[in-house]
Design a protein around this ligand. Sequence first.
Ligand SMILES: Nc1ncnc2c1ncn2[C@@H]1O[C@H](COP(=O)(O)OP(=O)(O)O)[C@@H](O)[C@H]1O
Ligand SMILES: [Mg+2]
Length: 439
Amino acid sequence: MTTVALKDVTKVFPDGTVAVDNVSLDVNDGEFMVLLGPSGCGKSTVLRMVAGLEDPTTGAVMLDGELANDLPPRERGIAMVFQDFALYPHMSVGANIAFPLRLSGVEEGPRGERVADVASALGIGDVLGRKPSQLSGGQRQRVAMGRAIVRRPGLFLMDEPLSNLDSGLRAELRAEISGLVRELGVSTIYVTHDQAEALTMADRVAIMRKGVLQDVGTPTQVYGRPATLYVAAFLGSPRMNLLEATVYVHLDRYVTLNLGEQALYLPWDDIRARAVAHYHGERIVVGMRAEALTPVAPDSPGDVLQGRIRYLEHHGHESLAFLDVGATAIVVDDLGGPVTEERPTGAGRGLRRLGQVMQRLTGRTGGPDQSSLDVRSPRGSRTSVLNDPGRHHRRPAELAVRLAPYPAVTAGHPMAVSVRMDALHFFDERGDRIDVGWR
Ligand SMILES: Nc1ncnc2c1ncn2[C@@H]1O[C@H](COP(=O)(O)OP(=O)(O)O)[C@@H](O)[C@H]1O
Ligand SMILES: [Mg+2]
């Protein structure tokens, strides 16, 4: 199956928009690569350049090791599936799937066989005679998939194929699609803005922001060792807690991470202490996911933070407590969803919540793009995420902590959490991972 290599690919549209900024990326034979990022970050443009529907401004698109910049789309052996796929309404399901084969002159007998094979693989064998209007949304999406598969392409390009479907169906189809594609062994580039979709489906995930590739790796790698603050904030739910910390080195003993009212201590024999020690006297960002925090008795020894519950969120299978520990959080903007919006305290919060509900109902995210945090921003202009008081990207931290469903605590309760020090992430003020070692 087809391999893809993008080499320093940039796309500048005639109006000056830099949609893709110096992206290099390899897709291996049979690999399921997910391109992940918020709306407008350049995912579709990458896909369209691979398909040959858009020319790179600079850089090379290689298919199977050969330069393909000038190869016409139809000679690339590619099938595309889009979000707003269009089926021919007047044709039956069978005729829709058969259409690409008819175009390329496959005869009726073998055509029928291939359509039947594909349809049964997709579980739509019994609706071949129906018109698209007589199908459910999920069935229609399967027909669109069938039409792409039937040509036996060497490469699938899928652009948010599930985002018009409701969430139950989306979960079902994402398992189906990744299963099917793997069975067929076809290399795939799958575009989504949904981090859960990316983490569940991908062999590897490539995360983009404003045209710039931020990180590439297996779901375990990008989730477990995000290369930038942006990636750390984008992946996972609840979002990673990102706290501002000042570093103090007590040579040969420990490194203090001063979080404001409280501190955490990295013992000197922790291999990461040496790397963090370079930032003596400076501010860094300490990331801790909810899974690094465990509620403990208030007087517990060890790596413990004392806090007070600001508010609780009940999610049915679990509850989340948001803890005030007297620290400052770094808010990463430009993540594309309402989850990241600042949570005002007190009365304003209810109103903001209502606004979020309305946004969900109306499908609008609202407001202008407020991408103010320049974590590895395009064109190499790199601004500190910590020293920019004119922009709203710092706020009192509310540490997300997982609790059992409907716990016997309420807002205002004190709570202590033990911190798994080995699960902390460290980022410098530009948003790059501070680390030792490698993946
Ligand atoms: N034909 C075009 N002309 C000018 N700008 C474009 C064009 N197509 C896309 N863009 C811009 O390029 C950026 C990336 O777009 P796109 O690749 O569609 O993002 P995504 O698929 O990640 O939502 C956006 O800012 C978008 O407005
Ligand atoms: Mg798009």
